[in-house]
Design a protein around this ligand. Structure first.
Ligand SMILES: [Zn+2]
Ligand SMILES: [Zn+2]
Length: 344
């Protein structure tokens, strides 16, 4: 099968390979992939490396397709069934976190597309516990977006509390930011999405999704706008979804005293942060790392009942054979969520 392999930890070293079709072992399912989303994390893995990356490995962790073969001990799935897979390939199943379904904290966890061959290929083998049947009305395009949307659900519906009329500022209008913004909106928040001038199409998409206010931080004063919206106090909640140090500095200014700060962006090196602000403002900090099974369930339901939409988020679908063009599009920040179609 064709597969895009990250060959080593060095920047680059990412290309198409011909690999044998993987065989599902005990408790495993093979999926014929119909859609695989390209995540900012994939871009970081390719260009900067990352702590979870264990090359050589097929990248891609946003995966939807049909059940192709099942291993021993797998029940409840039929060949040809439409499914998605969560990103967990292996967990210990015994630690305190596994017992609570918090697989993102299991020390033994191996994820698809980082430590284990993932979705930028024609087939993937995954753990049966990660496979979820797709409701009829959910398309493969939507299904491939459940992972980034689940990151937003985890942050805004499981980690940080959001109350009715809270002013929630989301820094970064990428897929994650737009997911976070919609979930905050569904929780009753008044939501502001902030981005750069180059993010204009993404900010426009946010407005079309019903987000209350968008701010171009290069031409507008975010701090002043938020103060005006909050009687001078600042935002109740600020989410950092850019992975940019400047955004963290801005977040510290924009958040109100006794407000909530949610770091979500991926940094591959330690960053400087005005630590004193956390103390002085008495901030609550809710770190939010990836997602957990409960967030996937909630996301699917929100897509079904229309509280979350990916229609304006998916902007491109490229055949796997056109992968170079797809990654060029990601690099140029054209579009929002770019999907690969490994059947072509
Ligand atoms: Zn992702
Ligand atoms: Zn565990």
């Amino acid at each position: 099968m064709r597969a895009l392999v990250k060959e080593s930890i060095e920047p680059g070293h990412f290309s198409m390979h011909e690999l044998p079709i993987p065989v599902p072992g005990k408790d495993q399912v093979r999926i014929k992939i119909i859609r695989a989303g390209i995540c900012q994390t994939d871009w970081v893995y390719i260009n900067q490396g990352g702590f979870a990356l264990k090359p050589p490995v097929v990248l891609g962790h946003e995966i939807a397709g049909i059940v192709d073969e099942v291993g021993e001990g797998v029940e409840g799935f039929e060949i040809g069934q439409r499914v998605l897979t969560q990103t967990t390939y292996h967990v210990c199943g015994k630690c305190r976190f596994c017992k609570q379904g918090l697989y993102n904290h299991c020390a033994e966890r191996k994820g698809l597309g980082s430590a284990q061959n993932g979705g930028f290929a024609e087939y993937v083998v995954t753990w049966k516990g990660s496979v979820m049947a797709l409701p009829e009305e959910i398309t493969f395009d939507q299904a491939a977006c459940v992972e980034p949307m689940a990151c937003g659900v985890h942050a805004m519906a499981e980690r940080c509390p959001v109350y009715v009329n809270d002013v929630v500022v989301v820094m970064g209008p990428g897929t994650i930011g737009l997911g976070v913004a919609q979930v905050a909106k569904a929780q009753g928040g008044i939501v502001v999405v902030a981005g750069l001038t180059a993010d204009r199409p993404r900010l426009d998409a946010a407005l079309k999704m019903g987000i209350d206010r968008v701010v171009d931080i290069q031409t507008e004063d975010l701090e002043a706008i938020v103060k005006e919206m909050t009687d001078g106090f600042g935002a109740d909640v600020v989410v950092e979804a850019t992975g940019n140090v400047k955004a963290v500095d801005t977040a510290m200014k924009v958040v109100r005293r006794r407000g909530r700060f949610v770091p979500m962006g991926v940094f591959t090196t330690p960053i400087e942060l005005d630590f004193h602000t956390i103390k002085k403002k008495e901030l609550d900090v809710y770190g939010s790392h990836a997602q957990v099974p409960t967030a996937w369930e909630t996301t699917l339901k929100m897509l079904q009942n229309g509280k979350l939409s990916t229609d304006l988020i998916v902007t491109h679908v490229f055949p796997l054979s056109d992968w170079e063009k797809a990654f060029e599009t990601v690099s140029k920040k054209e579009g929002i969520k770019i999907l690969l179609d490994p059947t072509k």
